[in-house]
Design a protein around this ligand. Structure first.
Ligand code: NAP
Ligand code: GDD
Length: 344
């Protein structure tokens, strides 16, 4: 019989790749979607179209992490075997502008769904995954960071994620809930939101190449991140829930690059000099910066048989190839509009 999974945050980068993975494994996948005035399902529309009996199915439900009662009702109705809690206000700089909302969604929201899982677990075993973050290491106390590195969060987002992480551990210990926390370092893809630095760079570089944009405004170019490929990382989430016992794992590539180095690779692939186009705008700097993150995923390699398959050069190429195609389509549309002589 098919296993059933619930994914919160299914419309996001990771949610879409995870849904793809689980449907491919024959799961019935349920996803939580926020009600918006426009459709927000562009990352999963292809799954909705393609899903059919033999490959599992996808069902979407309206909901919000801030509405605990509705989440509990949904969990008890669906009776999932696995819950992946990926929903979050996930932008670190935005969390300084919306600290209370970020905590309501990322911290209290996680508690809502943990409570729902605890209730379900009283009558039917359920496994729970929490999307924890390397941001919790913040101004890191040691390098590289492992599962035992103390947290030193530097933003409302990181504080909220640390709260959710500790509650996940607490529910595992207090209620014997099979609850895992994946401490994932930055992971990117062509589906990455366009306000995160990697996608902002690959979108801008390809649009500049096609003559659609002149300049790229960025903040701190010296920050270093351990960037991996999102498709690899959702596989790690699934592996965590297939183990005999629940635990916490760092997921990372083990190499780090600066934003400046990322620019060099991305613009270099297009035969452009980034220095000719990039300007610094202080509004993209943060009140408190995380200067450097570097993960050690040895535990995941040993226990889960997981390791990153994609290095940063390959990752940037995947993103540039995808975004160059988008920029070409945009250019084509621009020419068609001009040819049609539409009044603007
Ligand atoms: P993302 O693309 O920003 O997706 C976030 C998802 O959460 C979206 O589906 C979003 O819905 C949903 N969401 C936001 N607020 C919500 C609310 N109040 N109620 C219900 N759903 C809500 O993030 P991601 O990169 O896929 O990351 C997935 C998770 O992993 C997040 O929890 C993130 O904090 C965490 N994480 C990410 C990374 C990374 O490098 N990507 C690393 C470590 C941890 P809409 O589509 O409607 O906005
Ligand atoms: N977003 C953004 N925009 N970041 C910039 C910019 C810019 O214009 N210029 C420089 N940066 C720097 C940021 O200051 C940060 O040091 C680095 O680029 C990466 O920023 P983001 O891509 O926004 O990612 P993040 O590291 O802050 O957070 C991401 O990774 C976390 C895991 O460590 C998010 O996906 C979080 O949700 C995730 O938990």
């Amino acid at each position: 019989m098919s296993r059933t999974a619930l994914i919160t945050g299914i419309t996001g980068q990771d949610g879409s790749y995870l849904a793809e993975l689980l449907i491919g494994k024959g799961y019935l996948v349920h996803g939580l979607v926020r009600r918006c005035s426009t459709f927000s399902t562009s990352r999963i529309d292809h799954l909705y179209r393609d899903s059919h009996e033999e490959h599992g199915r996808l069902y979407l439900h309206f909901g919000d992490m801030t509405d605990g009662q509705a989440l509990t009702n949904l969990v008890l109705q669906i009776q999932p075997d696995e819950i992946y809690n990926l929903a979050a206000q996930s932008h670190v700089r935005v969390s300084f502008e919306q600290p209370v909302y970020t905590v309501m969604c990322d911290a209290v929201g996680a508690l809502h769904i943990l409570e729902a899982a605890r209730l379900l677990n009283e009558s039917k075993p359920v496994r729970f995954y929490q999307a924890s973050s390397s941001e919790m290491f913040g101004d890191a106390i040691e390098t590289p960071q492992t599962e035992s590195t103390p947290f030193n969060p530097q933003s409302p987002y990181a504080c909220a994620k640390a709260y959710a992480h500790f509650q996940t551990v607490n529910y595992r210990r207090s209620y014997q809930l099979f609850a895992c926390s994946g401490i994932l370092f930055n992971h990117e893809s062509p589906r990455r939101g366009e306000t995160f630095v990697t996608r902002k760079i690959t979108r801008a570089a390809t649009r500049i190449k096609m003559g659609l944009q002149q300049r790229l405004y960025l903040g701190n170019l010296e920050a270093r991140r351990d960037w991996g490929y999102a498709q690899d990382y959702v596989d790690a989430m699934w592996r965590m829930l297939q183990q005999e016992s629940a635990d916490d794992y760092v997921i990372a590539t083990g190499t780090s690059y600066s934003v400046r180095e990322f620019l060099e690779i991305a613009f270099g692939l297009l035969d452009l000099r980034w220095q000719d186009y990039v300007e610094i705008d202080p509004k993209y700097k943060r009140p408190s910066e995380v200067n450097s993150l570097l993960g050690d995923a040895s535990k995941a390699r040993q226990a889960l048989g997981w390791q990153a398959s994609t290095g940063v050069n390959e990752l940037v190429k995947i993103m540039i190839d995808h975004d160059l195609e988008l920029a070409k389509q945009e250019k084509q549309l621009e020419s068609s509009r001009a040819n049609a002589k539409l009044p603007t």
